[in-house]
Design a protein. Structure first.
Length: 135
């Protein structure tokens, strides 16, 4: 179930987990703890974030961050040069409104890259709700 939900958009993921909460809250929590979603990138080490950023197109990053948490945006901007951060912010600001389905599609593409990097051993993902942020 975790693998399937990790390949869906946030709205689908949220709907499935809410329904699962109604039927079996303990199972829903177990699934949440095993998932790694777009905003969880903020919990990775600076080194891992930088590895991801080298593999992701800047325009994709700008679109994906439109739907990302403020915490994630801050972590990303901390791990790029001031010039690149300014370019991403400008792209986010001047690209206009973006459909959530388009944002989710880009986020899924970024997450596919993240999973490939994890599979190759280039980054380490700690799953679960440990609350730890590595810097």
């Amino acid at each position: 179930m975790v693998d399937i939900l990790n390949c869906t958009g946030r709205s689908t993921e949220k709907a499935v987990l809410e329904q699962l909460d109604d039927k079996d809250a303990e199972l829903a929590e177990t699934v949440r703890n095993q998932m790694f979603v777009f905003d969880d990138i903020a919990n990775l080490t600076d080194r891992d974030i930088q590895t991801i950023l080298r593999e992701v197109d800047t325009k994709d990053l700008a679109v994906g961050l439109k739907g990302g948490s403020e915490k994630l945006q801050n972590r990303i901007f901390k791990n790029v040069s001031d010039r690149v951060a300014a370019l991403i912010k400008l792209e986010m600001q001047y690209s206009g409104p973006t459909r959530m389905s388009d944002v989710e599609e880009v986020q899924l593409r970024i997450m596919k890259t993240v999973r490939q990097l994890e599979k190759s051993g280039s980054i380490t993902i700690v799953r679960g709700d440990s609350g730890d942020v590595y810097v």
